[in-house]
Write a protein that binds this ligand. Structure first.
Ligand code: Z15
Length: 825
């Protein structure tokens, strides 16, 4: 099929296809068609086009032999696929009309789709946005990850507490993937290393593994927006290999054979639910190695299919490490080059230094991965030997040259941390190997250079750099906010979803009364829709004319959902003291999952739910305040909340949020940010201007100064009467009748535990900024102008810009021809 006939596919033809596929998905067409059946039939109809484009993309790629970017990530938070694929294929309206003729609203069909939640939060969603942009920009890109049987857990609330249940995303099959048995891999684990003397006297290392696992690839097609490209996300599933103990099986020892199989399948069973904290579990280490080894072997297989020597390998492949999670890929490539392909040490090391680049996503010490030497020795004995040699050459070479005889420096920079238990520092290995290391926002990248890796910055002055994160405007505006998209398209000429800077023309209308009114009318319609969803999910009725104030992100102390909570309590208290207090009605909307093992995060969820229950049922405050915590926050829920947000809460302790990306999504949809000078908030403020954002709180330097002086939260508590009464209130049984001290974990962390994230230090400033915001909202035209300016000035934060930064400054990708000029096949 040519691109022309694709574009012109009629409603009639599309409907006929759906009906054709319904034959496979619905048992009895004479009865009313089940929504799941129609969903599957629509997906299959879309897939006909998608896989056709995938084939021609592959052929085109092969002809051009272009350099490829290979993105290694433990997480991909894809969300639902159908709506996005329809938009990217320009098929949305056609599909909408075709399904309508079959008696369905397309939105209802989308609701039947399950999120692909193979990630935790920002890092996994960033990977998904980058895949969208790589395809849209027609770069030769492949994503590699794990085909988890269970993605991020589902969250419910029971008695105000979080309850987790397993994510069953493939329960009824996943239409967006295809198995590729021809590319499966065998992965060794455990065992020992033998030194063998060759006939010429040289010594060779042979790893005799104790176990072999099979890696089965599942390919998810990634459809570019309004172009010919379809790339692939390749996800590895673990299985018992054919080297599996058939002897035991045949000898009747079925139990043993079966348990080996169970063990093998455990590797890709479940995603670790921690965001920004290292799990430190053996199984997690095996997951990392398993998927890196499969991916590196697949990359080599793809290369050797078209080349008969290694001379072009580093020209044709670049490998991006998404955080330190895939660092072990470095040692696996070294091992294969040395032991399988018989490279010299120097040649193998040169090769590795040319192909890897690493993105750092956090400064939090608890997120910086370390694995015990003992674990390496048991599971990857050969990799440990290689690591030791890399370390030796690094310390005796570069480190000794820069800091001769400085043993303290050697200890500090070594790949091995000495101590009770020797640990391998994965970030150090990534930094010394990679040709580029980037942070994810300007301030974060500066802190990486100055505070996290100052010595590495001195050793390699051109290595550390910045690429500010971005988000795809296809999912995060065009698809999730059709009403605003239509309004924008009336004013903005050209395909703004492909060139987001075009939105800046909207600044011409920021003070136009009619446009302001239309813009706020769209916002209100979105708020009405969200109100219905809130009612459905929580039973709480909210007023669409109230301010919708949104904090949606993982639950973490550094993100300070409890600072938001303290401010809510302040408002509640002020209203009880003066029921006629002149503030805008406000609905506080939370969405957040807590890692199941993160005690305080779960306590914060519990506290917010308890406070919400009290406030929502208190007739004295005349519905001026509502608090809702929406359960099971995920990509598809974000797509409903974001278009309806007036206020975006981005209130992390300065220096702690590497970038943030939810901040960009909310601003793009016309929410005004209240935030600290942290991560990408700083760059958002630069773009929208100080008049269109509410900045508060201590700066990074002020936080550092506080730490130097010695921070004393108790003195703040004692000197701020309102804050004191709020904290005491939280400590009483007011929100948990009859149960005293039920919420004291939080107050304790603030008062007795040092308030690590400076909640009390920022409270007064936050409360003042909130007052200014409330006042600003009263000026309807002023607020509309601010909201419009936010949408208009988000051009910088498209993930297309981020990907061009990576392509130009890190990956050196060939600029591909625009798809319209592509070779006709
Ligand atoms: C994660 O979601 C992020 C960093 C991490 O180190 C891990 Cl393990 C998970 C987030 C950052 O917290 C956030 O600030 C950033 O925007 C996002 O990665 C994408 O870079």
């Amino acid at each position: 099929m040519t691109s022309k006939s694709r574009k012109n596919i009629t409603v009639k033809a599309f409907k006929a296809r759906i009906q054709h596929h319904l034959n496979f998905h619905a048992v009895d067409l004479s009865h009313s068609i089940d929504k799941k059946a129609i969903l599957m039939a629509v997906c299959s109809s879309v897939n006909e086009i998608v896989f056709d484009k995938l084939q021609s993309t592959n052929i085109r790629r092969h002809e051009r032999n272009s350099r490829s970017i290979n993105y290694l990530s433990l997480e991909y938070l894809m969300g639902r696929m159908l709506s996005n694929n329809l938009h990217n294929l320009q098929l949305f309206k056609t599909a909408q009309a075709a399904t309508k003729e079959l008696g369905f609203e397309i939105e209802d069909i989308f609701e039947e789709g399950h999120d692909l939640a193979l990630g935790n939060g920002g890092l996994g969603r960033l990977a998904a946005c980058y895949l969208d942009s790589l395809a849209t920009l027609d770069y030769n890109a492949m994503g590699y990850g794990i085909h988890y049987e269970h993605g991020l857990f589902e969250q419910q609330f029971y008695n105000n507490r979080q309850i987790e249940s397993p994510d069953e995303w493939r329960e009824y099959g996943n239409p967006w993937e295809v198995c590729r048995p021809e590319a499966e891999q065998e992965i060794p684990l455990y065992g020992h290393v033998e030194t063998v003397a060759e006939t010429d006297g040289t010594l060779r290392k042979v790893w005799h593994p104790g176990q072999i696992i099979k890696g089965v690839p599942w390919d998810v097609p990634i459809v570019g927006y309004n172009c010919e490209t379809v790339n692939v996300l390749r996800l590895w599933e673990s299985r018992a290999s054919s080297h599996f103990d058939w002897e035991a099986f045949n000898a009747g020892d079925y139990q043993d054979a079966n348990s080996a199989q169970t063990q093998a399948e455990t590797i890709s069973k479940v995603l670790y639910p921690n965001d920004s904290t290292a799990a430190g579990k053996e199984l997690r280490f095996i997951q990392q190695y398993f998927f890196c080894a499969c991916s590196i072997k697949d990359i080599i297989r793809r290369y050797l299919k078209h080349h008969d020597d290694w001379s072009q390998f580093a020209d044709k492949f670049v490998i991006q490490l998404n955080d330190t999670h895939p660092t072990i890929a470095i040692l696996e490539l070294m091992r294969l080059l040395l032991d399988e392909y018989r490279f010299s040490w120097d040649n193998a090391w040169q090769m590795c230094k040319q192909v890897f680049a690493y993105t750092n996503h956090t400064l939090l010490p608890e997120a910086l991965e370390k694995w015990s030497v003992e674990l390496f020795e048991t599971i990857l004995p050969r990799h440990l030997e290689i690591l030791y040699r890399i370390n030796e050459e690094f310390l005796n070479g570069q480190v000794d040259k820069m800091w001769p005889g400085d043993t303290a420096m050697r200890r500090k920079l070594s790949l091995i941390e000495e101590g009770q238990q020797k640990m391998v520092r994965m970030a150090h290995l990534s930094v010394i190997t990679s040709f580029k290391v980037n942070g994810v926002a300007e301030i974060h990248s500066e802190l990486v250079k100055q505070d996290l890796f100052p010595e590495f910055h001195k050793l390699y002055p051109n290595k550390l750099t910045n690429v500010t994160n971005g988000i795809t405007p296809r999912r995060w505006l065009k698809a999730c906010n059709p009403a605003l998209s239509d309004l924008i398209s009336k004013k903005v000429k050209g395909d703004w979803a492909k060139n987001l800077s075009l939105l800046s023309t909207l600044t011409d209308y920021a003070e136009d009364k009619k446009f302001q009114q239309q813009f706020m009318q769209v916002k209100r319609e979105n708020k009405v829709k969200l109100s219905e969803e809130i009612k459905k999910l929580t039973g709480v009725s909210v007023n669409p004319d109230a301010i919708f104030d949104v904090q949606i992100k993982r639950l973490h102390e550094y993100k300070r959902q409890h600072l938001n909570l303290l401010h809510i309590l302040a408002l509640y208290r002020r209203l009880l003291e003066n029921p006629r207090l002149d503030i805008n009605p406000r609905v506080f909307i939370f969405g957040a999952k807590a890692a199941p093992g993160y005690y305080l995060a779960k306590e914060i969820i519990y506290a917010i739910n308890c406070v919400a229950e009290k406030i929502n049922n208190d007739a004295r405050i005349n519905d001026k305040l509502k608090v809702v915590f929406l359960p099971n926050y995920r990509v598809s829920l974000a797509e409903k909340i974001i278009p309806a947000a007036d206020v975006s809460e981005q209130i992390s302790t300065a220096g702690k949020e590497a970038s943030g990306t939810g901040n960009m999504k909310l601003a793009l949809n016309g929410a005004v940010t209240i935030g600290t000078l942290d991560g990408a908030n700083i760059e958002i403020a630069e773009e929208v201007g100080d008049d269109n954002i509410f900045i508060f709180g201590k700066t990074v330097d002020e936080i550092k100064a506080l730490n130097r002086q010695g921070y004393d939260p108790v003195s703040i508590y004692n000197s701020e009467p309102e804050l004191k009464s709020i904290i005491d209130w939280l400590d009483s049984d007011y929100f948990t009748p009859g149960k005293f001290g039920e919420l004291s974990a939080i107050t304790q962390s603030l008062l007795n535990d040092g308030d690590h994230y400076k909640v009390l230090a920022d409270f007064v400033s936050y409360s003042q900024a909130q007052e200014a915001l409330d006042k600003a909202y009263k000026d309807q035209a002023g607020w509309a102008k601010m909201a419009i300016m936010n949408t208009a000035m988000m051009g910088k934060f498209t993930s297309d810009r981020s990907i061009e930064d990576y392509a130009n400054n890190i990956w050196s990708l060939d600029k591909n021809l625009p798809a319209t000029q592509a070779v006709k096949l």
